[in-house]
Design a binder for this molecule. Structure first.
Ligand SMILES: [Zn+2]
Length: 345
């Protein structure tokens, strides 16, 4: 049975985990993409609002999952997806970082599963995780967003589109209700620099190269397969910075480039090959940091600075930067990091 299923995946490359859709079609399924033998990128449109990747690594003895996803119910569907490619137990889950869309599925895994993370992430996934700006910024906006989608659906003349938007509203509404009663489970095992997990004929390395997207980004490296699961530390684009250390991130990426990998399974987006995207991301982070530092020194408030930041020089690599201005969340974060450093001096 296991081998038949594996063959199916090998033939199609992409396997949609079926049997999960409800009559309304609103229940999202996991889509598995094989990136190496026994290694899959598992993609969920968990809230029909953003799309997050987990990774599934199958060994002879055990399975390791990278990132438990946005909710326990989603993680249960992820476990169902694991069952389509292996009958080995899910013995390890690595949280690449503390953000809700990567680690809030932890509670779906029982005591037989070892939850692992960098030591900073283990701390950040304590009870205060429900008060963090990134989570609150998302969760507090859900009711208004559901309302907005329902209004949009009611005004939509095309029946198919109307059903699609209504289904999105239902999924997001259900997610909001699940979050209201969610149990957070912090990782039980933490590492600081490096850890090795043996899944049986499959070695997995957990590597920390410094602060970046968050204070505790874990990189999951499969040395034999040269696959890197990078969380949001390296998505190949200039991503969310609400909890980032923007200047340190650029330096940490230098150390990432020294690792030996070829295929990248990031926290969001399709798997990709190679290291070519590292340098453009670094250049953009450094430019953003320099401009924000200068604007702050000139006494420009963060909101105004965000409108004045000009990263158009990087638009050839990142088309979203074609206009002046940058996400104020990122600029506020840079200001806050600088405030903190000055207070400590
Ligand atoms: Zn993140």
């Amino acid at each position: 049975m296991k081998n038949d299923r594996r063959r199916l995946v090998a033939c199609t490359g992409v396997l949609l985990v079926s049997g999960l859709a409800t009559a309304s079609g609103s229940e999202p399924a996991y889509r598995l993409e094989k990136v190496a033998d026994g290694v899959y990128c598992a993609t969920s449109s968990e809230t029909a609002y953003y799309v997050t990747n987990s990774a599934i690594v199958v060994g002879d003895e055990a399975v390791l999952v990278v990132d438990s996803g946005a909710s326990p119910s989603g993680a249960r569907r992820l476990i169902d997806a694991v069952r389509t490619v292996s009958d080995r137990p899910v013995r390890y889950v690595v949280d690449t970082h503390f953000h809700f869309d990567h680690a809030f599925g932890n509670a779906a895994f029982g005591p037989e599963t070892v939850l692992m993370a960098h030591e900073a992430t283990r701390k950040l996934l304590g009870p205060e995780a429900l008060r963090g700006r990134t989570y609150r910024g998302f969760a507090d906006g859900i009711p208004a967003r559901v309302e907005q989608l329902r209004t949009q659906a009611a005004a939509e003349p095309a029946p198919e589109k109307r059903r699609e938007i209504a289904a999105q509203a239902d999924v997001l509404d259900a997610y909001g209700r699940e979050l209201a009663t969610i149990t957070l489970v912090a990782p039980r095992v933490a590492f600081s620099e490096r850890a090795v997990v043996d899944l049986g004929n499959r070695e997995v390395q957990l590597v920390y190269v410094g602060r970046g997207h968050t204070a505790g980004d874990a990189l999951v490296l499969l040395p034999r397969e040269r696959v890197l699961c990078s969380g949001d530390f390296f998505n190949g684009y200039v991503g969310y910075m609400g909890d980032a250390y923007v200047d340190e991130w650029a330096d940490s990426l230098d150390r990432l480039s020294q690792l030996d990998f070829e295929t990248v399974v990031a926290g969001h987006g399709a798997p990709f090959k190679g290291k070519a995207r590292i340098a453009p991301v670094q250049a953009c982070l450094r430019d953003l940091w320099r401009q924000a530092v200068d604007l702050r020194r000139a006494g420009v408030p963060a909101e105004q600075a965000a409108r004045r930041i000009d990263l158009r020089a990087h638009a050839a690599h990142f088309p979203t930067l074609a206009e002046t201005g940058f996400n104020p969340v990122a600029v506020r974060r840079i200001y806050a990091v600088l405030d903190e450093r000055e207070a400590r001096r």
